[in-house]
Each structure stands twice: as C-alpha cells, then as structure tokens.
Design a binder for this molecule. Structure first.
Ligand code: ADP
Ligand code: ADP
Length: 225
C-alpha cells in the first residue's frame, strides 16, 4: 500500500508538446482515484510518469514520502494494467499469472499459492490451465489483473482496462473491479474517458483537460448536481 503524491508534475515530449502541465495530486493509502477526460488530455502520460515509463520533465513524484523521479519502474513497485492484455499466447493462464514471480525467482510453492489465490478472487480458478486464445475478453482482462495482483505491488495503475470489452462485459467488470479494490484495499489510479466508470468506480475523480487538472472531487460532488 502506498501514498502517491504529484507535486507540480509537467511533461514535455521531445517534440516540444506539453502533454501535462503542473499537476498536483495526492492519492492516499488505499484510495481509488479515477483520472477522467477526453482523449489527448494527458491521462496516459500522467499514469506513465507515475509508473516510471516516461520521464518527468518538471516536478516531484513521491511514493510514501520518498522522491522516486529517478527510480526505475521495478524499484517503484507499482503494477500497471493496460487496455491491451498483452498475455503470452503460448502460456496457460497459470503461467501467465505467475510469470513475473518466476522471473523474480520466487519458489514454486509460493507462486502456486499466490496464483491460485488471485484466481479465486478473480473467478478464474476453472480457467487456470487454459490458453488466452480460449478465454473471453473479460476473462483475459482478469488474467491481466491477476498478473498484477500476484506481485503484491504497492499500488495499481489501470489505463482504460475495459475499453476493449463490449458494453455488457464492461458492466460486469466494473462490479468486479470495485469488489477487487475493496477487497485488496490497494491504492489505485484508474484512467478512463468513460463518465459512467468515473461516476461509479472511485472514491475520488480527477477531471483533466488539455494537460491540466480541471476539477477534483468525490463522484457525488462532481456528478450529482
Ligand atoms: P490521454 O491518455 O488523455 O488520451 P495522452 O497522455 O496519451 O492523453 O496524450 C496527451 C498529449 O500528449 C496528446 O496531445 C498526445 O498527442 C501527446 N503525446 C502523447 N504521447 C506523445 C509522444 N510520445 N510524443 C509527443 N506527444 C505525445
Ligand atoms: P490513448 O489515446 O489510448 O492514450 P494514443 O493512441 O493516443 O493512446 O497513443 C498511443 C501511443 O502513441 C502512445 O504510446 C503515445 O505515447 C503515442 N503518441 C500519442 N500521441 C503522440 C504524438 N503526438 N506523437 C508521438 N507519439 C504519440
């Protein structure tokens, strides 16, 4: 679990484009924050800077009080879930979920235990020996989440995790993500352009536009008026 604090964060890409301008945001330990706004407003760039996938041009990023601007993604201990599942097609669900732990040389019994626990939480127990090609879109997205969960990261970052799913599955997955976050109690930052997700999923909503934070508030505060 972790507190994530952005102080005056700015991103200027090498071509000169300023994607994010002076963003200040404090995400509390265990909090579920939604970043919402139209395409191109800087949501993914913000998330990628927190994950360490993009350099921060200006400003300070702190995780649990420590400045992490120069830390590698691995040393930040934050898991990222993308809209494209990027599962390994030749590996079973079990092996996909345990992959990072195998790389980290975690012992087999522990990997098995962690993978099976994540599968229970995500309703994937019956699918552990299947290949990704034989799963539905929602199941694949859950495997991608399982792969993140097994590492016990300090925080989760999700970038439009549901946008490749059809409307019905999106509704089901919204419920599952809420349940999952409540159960794990982990700090989560979730990027979406979908108002319904913003209204229903998080503790707090951050509205971005043109690279700046336009509004921050609870879903009730922002949408029930
Ligand atoms: P969102 O996630 O809200 O759709 P992005 O963070 O992807 O927005 O993009 C914010 C802005 O930064 C956009 O104007 C986009 O074109 C620009 N941008 C994103 N990635 C790059 C890049 N690698 N180089 C230059 N500009 C980029
Ligand atoms: P999304 O809208 O889902 O955030 P995009 O399709 O805008 O994603 O961007 C996909 C990829 O293209 C990202 O890696 C992003 O960094 C890059 N990208 C986006 N805009 C630009 C841009 N103006 N110049 C260069 N790369 C860009």
């Amino acid at each position: 679990m972790a507190e994530i604090v952005l102080e005056g964060i700015t991103k200027r890409y090498p071509d000169g484009a300023v994607a994010v301008k002076d963003v200040n945001l404090s995400v509390g330990d265990g909090e579920f924050v939604i970043l919402v706004g139209p395409s191109g407003c800087g949501k993914s760039t913000t998330l990628n800077m927190i994950a360490g996938l993009e350099d921060i041009t200006e400003g300070t990023l702190r995780i649990d009080g420590q400045v992490v601007n120069d830390k590698t993604p691995k040393d930040r201990d934050i898991a990222m879930v993308f809209q494209s599942y990027a599962l390994y097609p030749h590996m079973s669900v079990r092996d996909n979920m345990g992959f990072a732990l195998r790389l980290a040389k975690v012992d087999k019994a522990t990997i098995r235990e962690k993978v099976e626990e994540a599968a229970r939480i995500l309703d994937l127990t019956e699918h552990l020996d299947r290949k990704p090609a034989n799963l539905s879109g929602g199941q694949r997205q859950r495997v991608a989440m399982g792969r993140a969960i097994v590492r016990d990261p300090k925080a989760f970052l999700m970038d439009e995790p549901l946008s490749n799913l059809d409307a019905k599955l999106r509704v089901q997955m919204r419920t599952q993500i809420s349940r999952l976050q409540q159960r794990l109690g982990s700090t989560t930052i979730y990027v979406t352009h979908d108002q319904t997700e913003a209204m229903t999923l998080g503790d707090r909503v951050v509205v971005m536009r043109g690279g700046v934070v336009q509004q921050i508030g609870t879903p009730q505060h922002l949408y029930d008026q």
